[in-house]
Structure formats: C-alpha cells, structure tokens
Design a protein around this ligand. Structure first.
Ligand code: ME8
Length: 528
C-alpha cells in the first residue's frame, strides 16, 4: 500500500500582488507534491488565500471596493500565477469560502464550550501591520514590532482569548518526542527561547474593531481574529466537521498520512506554537513536519512591498520559460536558508546546470547516436569496464541520495543529486572519448558508452520531473521514450532504452548570454 502525503503552503494575504518569494515557497511545495505523486504516494497539495482582517478591509476601502470584490480580483491574479508556474495543487482554499467560515464557527463554539476560549479584556502592544499583539519584552524599550520593526501602540478592547497555559507543557513534551517536527531545528530553539520560556500569554482570538472576518455566533460584534481563522484552513479544506469528511479521514486522521506544512520564517510562531495547541484542544493529531524555509532577498534586503524591491515572477517566466524559473527556485537557495535573488546568479545557474550539463549532454549524446548508430540506442551492458561501472554506481547512489533528500523535504539537495548525474556523465565523455572508441574494430565499448549516456540522461529527466515539468518530457521525447516508460519505477530497469530511436530536437535550454540577459533582468526588476 502506498503512503499518503498531505502538503500545504501558507495561505497568502490578498492585500497585494504576489512576488517571487511567494512563488519560491509554492514552487518548492509543488516539487514535494510532484515527487510524492511520482513515487506513487497518494498526495493532496493545498494552497489558498487568507482573506479576512483589518488590513484587507482598509485596503478595500481605500480602493473604493467592497472587501469581497477587492479580494476576488487579487485571488484571481494568485490563481493565474499558479497556473503560469504549473502549480499542481489539488485544492485552492479561500477563507471566505462558506464551508471554511462554518468550520471556523463550529471550532470556535466547541472551544468556547470546553472553556479553552474565554471572554476577557485585552491590553497589549499591537502591531497594525502584522495584526499581532506583543508582550513588553518582545517590543523592547523602543516599542517596535519584533517582526516588522514598525512602532507598536497600546491597545485594549473586549476580546476572546485562547488559554495557552493549559497546553504549554504538552507542547514542550511533543517537541521533545518529535525531534523533526520543526525543521531546521534552530527554529524550534527560537520558539522555546523567544516565546515560550519568557512566558506565553493567552492568545487573542477575536476582535471588535473591524468587521471583515468570520462572525462569532455567540457574540456577533466579534469576528474571529485572523490566526484561528487562517490556521484552520489546513483542516477545513479536508472537510473537518463537514458532511463529506473523507479527505480529512484519509489525509489527517490516518497514521499512514504524512502531514507537512511548508512556511516562511515570519510565521513560524503561529504554526509551531498556536496551531499545535488548537489541534490539542480539538483532540486531533498534530502535523508530522513543519518545514520553515528561508526568505528570498534582493541586494537591498528582505523583499517587501513597502520597500519597493519585490520581484515579479511573470516577466521571468515569459522570457526564460516556466521550467527555468522553477528549476532556479528549487535549486539555487538551500531550502531552509535565506537566499538572495540576483540576475547574475539566475543566468549563471541556468547556463551551468541546464544549458551546459543537461542540455549539452543531450545534444552531444543524440548527435553521437545518430552518427555512430543511425539513431538507434545500443543495448545496455553492465560492467564492461571500470569507467562504465563508476557511472552506474553514481547513478544508483544519486537515486538514493535523491530519495533520501526528498523524503526529508530537502528539495535543493534532491535536485542537486539529479543534476550531478549529468555532470558526472559529461566527465565520462571526456574519460571514455567515444570518438576514439569509434575508430576501434570492436564496437562493444562504444555501444556501452552510448547506452550509459542515454541511461544517465533518462534517469536525470525522470528525477527532475518535479522541477522541469515540461522540459523533462521534451528530453524524453528526444530519447524516443514512449509515454509508458516515464514512470519512476522504470528508472530501475536498465534495458528500457534498448533499441529506441533518438529524435534530435531543438536545444532544451539555449545558453544565455549574461551580457545581454543580466541588464534585461535588472530592467524587469526596476519595473513595478
Ligand atoms: O503570512 N521569500 O501571508 P503572507 C520567501 N496569511 N518566501 C516569502 C517571502 C520572501 N521574501 N515573502 C513571503 C501570511 N514569503 C498569512 C499566512 S498561513 C495559515 C497564513 C512566503 O501573504 C513565506 O512562505 O504574508 C511566508 O511565510 C509567506 O509567504 C507569508 O505570506
């Protein structure tokens, strides 16, 4: 029986257009979903939008629109971007969807009835931008928001609270017993030292100062405060507390299902502390993993609308193709670390990995098979010499590295393991010198050399499917592989390519001229 895999991105705020940072998170999550499908795991991939809150209400008012008309338009642009990036989500959740609103209300009522939520008076430091309350320690003497650095102000109002104190010990025990729950581990230590040890306050879960939110049924002047509403999406999308809860049973309740949230460092606190507590209060299983990815920056720091240094992914997709952009996002920045987007690195990465390693290997190999064997791929033979054996071993060990990395959510390492096969195979051409082998009477070494090269390409193409959603098939087309032999399991069959007829096609990734491309990308980045 295959395993199940449930993976989610954060649900993004439709307050502004998305930038390449959001595309980064969604593309890496998509790669994880595609890998799991490739391996035959039953997969559910969720993304969506977080549409309530004071900021959206304000932005809509400023745009002279109703909040729903305002978010409808932005959500349409989100969906368009995900389509342009070939994102394969199984569902798109909007927190304004009726089923979600009802689920949030049912959860609120249940927690209220159980005594996990109570009515109180809140006074604290409030950051309007982040819609978050902070403690004295967190805002420090300067009274600034620890997340965004903007000034905070004292606020108080009647509000409902979630009793965090009841769950702190259980949470810490859960962290201890589930060492890989938060990755990278440094994020967990940050949670404990920055938030839990100094004393966690109860969490404000309702507001009365704005109305664009899920109404609290028991007290309609309150709307559910954003994080209880937002985090609930991960289970409401599966049908929790709804008539059809089959996906909830399959992907959340079943022990066989690996439940994974991918999120940026800015929202770790909400996912790693409050979300597990809400689930404990609801007596539901906790996610298996929360992977905190780093932020993509530009040369002038973190990308943000207010700084005006965001990068729009569209022009990049239009000029370089979706596969190049996806590949760059999956490969360039180590998943889990912060990284920088620079036009120079973008061009260099595409040239080095895709044009030089993969594209060049394909071009050379197909040309040689055309020339020496009239386009027919010779039969695969094992162990005729040390160099062949060495390439075979690289392929097998890199397949293992690839699986281990993807199973551990290390997307970048998985992609590196795949492209390294082609780097090794290009070196193998220099070592074997097929043009010399071609002059020998005995054609066995030349045949074996060609069969090894196509195998290296074939395996790489299939391993890169989670990133190269179109070019992988174009590569396989050039190798003459029929549609039935593009499954993951086929990479373990060394004879699958015997006798196929190669079809030379256009270069997969033409080499980019940095002196032309870099200024073009710089120009794109300055146009907002
Ligand atoms: O926080 N680099 O939504 P949001 C990489 N609605 N990733 C980035 C990024 C960057 N420069 N900027 C943003 C919210 N992201 C809430 C989430 S979830 C229940 C509710 C990504 O629109 C990153 O994944 O501000 C970050 O966590 C997320 O977008 C925040 O998106």
């Amino acid at each position: 029986m295959s395993k199940k895999f449930y993976v989610t991105t954060p649900i993004y705020y439709p307050s502004n257009k998305l930038h390449i940072g959001h595309a980064y998170c969604t593309t890496l999550t998509d790669a994880l979903a595609r890998y799991n499908r490739l391996k035959g795991n039953e997969t559910f991939f969720l993304t969506g939008s977080d549409e309530h809150g004071m900021k959206i209400e304000k932005n809509a008012l400023a745009a002279n629109k109703t909040p729903i008309a305002f978010v409808d338009e932005i959500v349409a642009s989100f969906k368009k971007l995900w389509k342009a990036l070939d994102i394969s989500n199984d569902k798109y959740i909007r927190t304004t969807d009726e089923y979600h609103v009802k689920t949030v209300q049912k959860i609120f009522s249940k927690l209220l009835e159980q005594g996990d939520i109570y009515l109180g008076e809140y006074e604290g430091w409030y950051c309007k931008e982040c819609e978050a309350f902070w403690t004295d320690i967190q805002v420090g003497e300067e009274h600034v928001c620890p997340d965004c650095g903007r000034p905070v102000s004292k606020a108080h109002e009647e509000a409902y609270f979630f009793k965090t104190s009841k769950y702190v010990d259980r949470l810490l025990k859960f962290y201890d017993e589930n060492l890989s729950f938060i990755t990278p581990e440094s994020r967990k230590n940050e949670m404990i030292n920055t938030f839990i040890k100094p004393g966690l306050e109860d969490l404000c879960v309702s507001r009365t100062s704005f109305s664009w939110g899920v109404p609290v049924l028991e007290n309609p002047k309150h709307v559910v405060y954003v994080w209880l509403d937002a985090l609930t999406n991960y289970i409401s999308a599966l049908g929790y507390l709804q008539d059809d809860d089959s996906n909830f049973k399959k992907f959340w309740l079943d022990d066989e299902s690996q439940k994974v949230h991918i999120l940026g460092a800015d929202i770790t606190r909400f996912h790693a502390i409050y979300w597990p507590m809400f689930l404990m209060a609801l007596n539901l299983p906790l996610p298996n993993r929360e992977f905190v990815h780093g932020l993509l920056m530009t040369k002038d720091g973190k990308m943000s609308k207010s700084k005006g240094n965001t990068i729009d992914p569209y022009p990049l997709i239009e000029r370089y193709g979706v596969d190049a952009v996806r590949y760059y996002l999956c490969r360039e920045v180590n998943f889990g670390s912060d990284g920088q987007f620079t036009p120079e690195q973008f061009v260099e990465r595409i040239n080095m990995d895709l044009a030089n390693n993969v594209g060049n290997l394909l071009n050379r190999t197909v040309s040689m098979i055309d020339k020496y064997f009239q386009g027919v791929i010779p039969d695969f033979v094992t162990n005729i010499n040390g160099v062949d054996k060495d390439l075979d071993m690289t392929i097998s060990s890199n397949i293992k590295l690839y699986e281990q990395a993807f199973d551990d959510l290390r997307v970048t390492d998985a992609i590196i393991a795949a492209t390294d096969i082609t780097a090794r195979a290009n070196k193998y051409i220099d070592e074997t010198m097929p043009w010399v082998l071609a002059k020998q009477e005995d054609k066995t070494p030349l045949k074996s050399c060609m069969a090894h090269l196509v195998r290296a390409l074939y395996v790489t193409a299939i391993l890169l499917k989670p990133a190269l959603v179109n070019k992988s098939d174009e590569l396989l087309d050039q190798l003459g592989v029929d549609k039935n032999n593009r499954e993951y399991q086929s990479i373990f069959n060394e004879n699958v390519l015997n006798g196929l007829i190669v079809k030379k096609g256009a270069p997969l990734f033409p080499r980019l001229d940095a002196s032309i491309e870099v200024p073009i990308i710089v120009e794109m980045m300055s146009k907002k």
